[in-house]
Design a protein around this ligand. Structure first.
Ligand code: ATP
Length: 300
């Protein structure tokens, strides 16, 4: 028997970053949205851990490990340890989420693995326990379980759903060269240092979501990692300018980048903006709706 679970990419509508803590982490106040780019994870019975990879066009797999350092193996081991069982599994990952793109693809795979193995091994882990295991794997993993639109606090691991009445459309423009998340945080520390205030989720963003108004959302998007990421990668400024010229309502870096997200009015507008970006010779362009569901079983 195999079980396939689908998990979505995340985009931070708001990413507020606070001063680095003594343990090295930065406190976050973020609003996540799950958007329609997906990885599928298929888990099957096996005596030892095995990871195999495949991907949609234009998604490079070179950086993704197939050994025990793949986050899916860490997720599987954490779930087995939680239940005190000694089991392994084969995990096939089909990636539709660009790697090292600031879209939390690895976190999506980890969340999908928890859901798949919970079902494969008939564990019936409570939601609360799954979220706790997810939070120990990485700050974006709990949100990948929950999906839709949610506020994240702490290191991102405390997730609270928020009212979102929008049927949003995004165009995601990827970049062939990844951007290291720790390097972007280091650049953030250098740029703003310890002088930065405790981050907060702005009320006007929550209002824009509740109203489902794309014009209001365009004005409320923000990402504290954008300036440091652009300092490391000045070439991305051209993608921002091209997105604006293509008619996007707003253009923002996804997480620590380098993927750039463009807010559109509706599906037809997203197709138009995506077409305009392709005409400018960008070859990693995806139109994606949001919000979409968290990790869920698609076949078993
Ligand atoms: P984040 O924004 O959470 O830092 P990201 O979207 O920028 O994530 P990911 O695609 O999650 O980046 O991958 C970051 C790194 O994690 C990769 O470069 C790779 O070395 C490692 N990794 C481990 N397991 C996976 C996985 N299943 N999928 C992708 N990357 C993985």
């Amino acid at each position: 028997m195999t079980i396939t679970v689908r998990a979505a990419a995340k985009f931070n509508l708001h990413l507020g970053v606070g001063p680095v803590r003594e343990d090295g982490f930065h406190p976050l106040a973020t609003v996540y949205q799950a958007i329609g780019l997906y990885d599928d994870v298929t888990a099957g019975e096996a005596d030892g851990w095995q990871v195999t990879l495949s991907a949609e066009d234009h998604i490079a797999l070179a950086e993704v490990p197939t050994g025990d350092d793949n986050i899916v193996v860490r997720a599987g081991k954490a779930l087995a340890a939680h239940h005190g069982i000694d089991r392994a599994a084969s995990i096939e990952i089909h990636k539709g989420i660009p790697v090292a793109g600031g879209l939390a693809g690895g976190s999506a795979d980890a969340a999908a693995t928890l859901v798949a193995l919970d079902r494969l091994w008939s564990l019936e882990t409570s939601d609360e326990d799954l979220l706790a295991i997810a939070g120990r794997l990485g700050s974006d993993v709990p949100f990948a379980l929950v999906g839709a639109t949610a506020v994240g606090g702490g290191r991102g691991e405390i997730v609270e759903p928020v009212a979102d009445n929008g049927a949003w459309w995004w165009v995601a423009v990827g970049n062939e060269q990844g951007l290291s998340t720790p390097a972007v945080y280091r650049a953030f520390d250098e740029l703003v240092g310890a002088g930065v205030a405790e981050p907060q989720v702005p009320e006007r963003l929550l209002m824009a979501l509740e109203k489902g108004d794309a014009g209001l959302l365009a004005e409320a998007l923000a990402n504290d990692l954008q300036a440091p990421a652009l300092a490391l990668r000045p070439d991305l400024a051209q993608t921002f300018a091209d997105g604006e010229e293509a008619g996007a309502l707003a253009v923002q870096l996804s997480g620590s980048g380098p993927t750039v997200l463009m807010l559109c009015r509706d599906a037809a507008h997203a197709r138009e903006v995506a077409g305009a970006m392709q005409a400018k010779a960008y070859d990693r362009v995806w139109a994606a709706p949001g919000p979409v569901a968290g990790a869920h079983v698609v076949t078993y």
